[in-house]
Design a protein around this ligand. Sequence first.
Ligand SMILES: Nc1ncnc2c1ncn2[C@@H]1O[C@H](COP(=O)(O)OP(=O)(O)OP(=O)(O)O)[C@@H](O)[C@H]1O
Ligand SMILES: [Mg+2]
Length: 1010
Amino acid sequence: MTMREQEVGVFDFVLLDEITLEKFMQNLQKRYQAGKIYTYIGEVAISVNPYRVMNIYGNDYINKYKNRELFENPPHIYAIADAAYRDLRQQNKDTCIVISGESGSGKTEASKIIMKYIAAVTNAHSQHDIERVKNVLIQSNTILETFGNAKTNRNDNSSRFGKYMDIEFDFKHEPVGGIITNFLLEKSRIVQQQEGERNFHCFYQLLRGASDAELKQYGLTRDPSNYHFTNQGSTETLSERNDYKTTQQAFKAFGFSSEEINTIWRTVAAILQLGNIEFGVQDDEIVIKNQNQLKTVSKLLCVTEAEASTALTQRVIAAHGDIMKKQHDKSQAEFGRDAFAKAIYERLFTWIVERINRAIEVPNKKLAKRFNRVIGVVDIYGFEIFEKNSLEQFCINYCNEKLQQLFIELVLKQEQEEYQREGIAWTNVEYFNNQIICDLVEAPHKGIIAIIDEACMTVGKINDEMLLEAMDKKLAHHKHYSSRQLKPMDKELKHKQDFRITHYAGDVAYSIIGFIEKNKDTLYQDFKRLLYHSNDKIISSMWPEGAQDITKITKRPLTAGTIFMKSMSDLVQTLLSKEPFYIRCIKPNDSKSSVLFDEVRVEHQVRYLGLLENVRVRRAGFVHRQRYDKFLLRYKMLSQYTWPNFKGPTDRDGVRVLLEEKRLLNDCKFGHTKIFIRSPRTLFQLERERNEMIPNIIIFLQKQVRGWIARQNYKKMKAAMTIMRVYRQLKLRSYIATLAQRFQHAKKMRDFGKSIQWPTPPIVGRRAEYHLKQMHGNWRAAMILKRYPRSEWPQLRLQIITATALKKRRKYWGQERKWLGNYLGMSTENSNYSSFNSSVNNIKNTEQYHHILFSSFVKKFNKCNKSADRSIIVTDTAIYKLDGAKNKFKNMKRSIAIREISSISISPGRDQLIVFHSHHNNDLIVNLQGEHTQLKDDRIGEIIGHVCKKYYDYTNRDLPVNVASTFSVNLGGKPRKISIEAVAGVENVGFKHAGQIIVFEVPSSYASSI
Ligand SMILES: Nc1ncnc2c1ncn2[C@@H]1O[C@H](COP(=O)(O)OP(=O)(O)OP(=O)(O)O)[C@@H](O)[C@H]1O
Ligand SMILES: [Mg+2]
């Protein structure tokens, strides 16, 4: 949701269709009633006191306004504070925020809101001393309000002094210190309060908030009605019980020592007690009626009773070098007492402000380096009209005149300058310039202050009435001054007493009574000396003039009016050197109501604050202006030529293209750096179209961002993969390096590295390990084989197969001799070899095998328990049984296919018995033989090698070879057992059957000997 949619009325008065008081009031009221207490006039914020807690100052709001342009968010004091702080940062300018408005309109609250904002937006995680400064700036208000604010009929917490505070920033734009300047404390309130009003808060805080013990120490009772200085007006209880604690905490936060805190409260108590001193006359002598009271006061001020008594009842005059004592009369004594009370309080207040300043000042040695810029905040008592208005109101109202003057000067000047700078013609706007009233007050010789001063300086008796006459004479023709003398028909003004000034904010009748005295602000020297000699060092330090010799002629001190005028002039000078921001506060009603919008009261303020003129001046033909870059940034989505980026040479061209496309050119003027828009309609159109575009832009942005995130992820993934690849390579390399290192001498080892432990491969190297192990195996095999001639390799291979099958279960298997294979085809082995050859050729023709791998004479044992001499051949497909030589090796046609053999059984001994098991009914049980004799060598290994190899070739499985002295056989479908038994004395092997068991007898030398 955008700002305009939430708005009520117009957020800037400049955008009103018609600038009339009526429309202005309507907008203000409408907004106020909708809870929109802030509205702009350009860069000036109008604030209407809500008289209720608003939920618009939290951190969420602070963040919303941080670093934002005014127009980006609904109007708020935060926006003004941010603009001031931004100017300071970006333009390196001193800025100030001037808060004006009448009493109770919310100035002090606004100044606190500004402080809070600045404290919050400056570096949150900064160093200790910045934190300290920020806390202290905020805490300073607590103390200042305790001693400088009072309940008045207009405001329960009315500032009775003017305050200007500089917040000082270092070159990094962090707050590093501050300084508070106070103006004219309304000290008459100490001794006199109007009906319904109270004295300064501190008195009630002490009486109602301090402990019993503390009060006892000061000789006080809790009830303010017991004291003359607190019982004339209202004794209403506000929040002082808690406030007392808060004040004490603030003192501590500032590092006030306990002596200092004690002196402060003791002095406050002393003033209360002083107010209760009464004078009487006894034997023509002035006396203090209540001596006890005097005793208490003396104790509290740390002076002797005698000295205090003297100072209160007489004065010492030095004339022509002589010192004379003069007794007061009763009224002089009472005047002196009151003047004393006021002076004590004023000095205490000034001392407190100085003490606060000492705590927040930029440490001297660092000053040159660190201190850079300031934001000044002005919170000065508002314009006020009482039943009876005296010199204080005169000064306060004059002060408001000065600030109004400053406002006119700066705002107008700024506007005019801007138009000139931008090269746009300036339309003159009529407005009321209050310079004339300022002059009425401050002009040398002819101004009111000068006239009063003159009266005060006149030697001899001159009274207030004479002063009024003098003013009437000198100011008779002034448009803004009148009196009963000058206007006899004006019954509102009292004869010889009242004069009226037509202020910019309205007419105020002042009573001249007391003007001279207040302006002189007389305080008998005796009091100064008295307190200079106080035993309390702090009190003493507040009265340095008391040290002066009595006879020394002192220069006439400046009058109160002149001092005030000078301080105002200083303040104005200070403000003139800064970039100003304004908050103009309006009080909606006089009953502190959060709902009432008193049109008459508000309209009056709108008039005298010159707000309407302000709007006119601001508008001067144009409702809106904006720097080209910022304008383009805000509205560039409205034109295809400027979205997403304008390609032309300058932002100004971009703005032109955009406005041209929207056909709005006629309503705009091009300044040097800014675009000026004439009517609100144009601005609203731009805003409306912008709002319509925003959802699309958000989608577009989301798209972009998502794309960006995806690209980022992809890049990350790629990077991760590269890292992984390189990492794997590295791991693999280091694995290979370790391997190479371990195996570097493998070639020279007997086992060619078989015993070397392989390093654990990285995950990525597991496959490599498998292959490498194979390679190593092959290499090792090759290395071993290298020792043998190639012609022996087939036999070696067979021997390996046999060795693997036997698993060391039989010691002798012919491994040491040469394996010749087809023995029966050899003349040395078979005398009938040619008959054998022709027989196997026949077989070959019919049975289709390729080679004869092995052949041998055998003694065969059959299912009929007969053993017969036969022969076998092992070919690449099957084992054939042939008849013996007598029958010319005839094929018995009982072959066993090699793939059908299920296992082989042999004994562990030296005999040549071998059984081929199959799933057929008859296992083949044979003993390998020579032509007529037992074999001399062992051929069991050789036949096993051939059969196992072929079996593997066909089935890819190892043929199980069983090595035992007793094992089962199957003959004619019946399970039988063969037992190989060595029999002593037997020369030749032979089968014997004994029922189930077939005994294969062997000579004892054949016995198993593993
Ligand atoms: N923004 C605000 N939110 C809530 N309450 C406010 C706000 N501003 C002012 N008030 C109420 O109005 C009262 C008077 O305001 P404040 O003391 O700031 O007036 P002021 O202009 O400083 O008057 P004076 O000239 O008498 O010092 C406050 O005590 C508070 O109750
Ligand atoms: Mg105030």
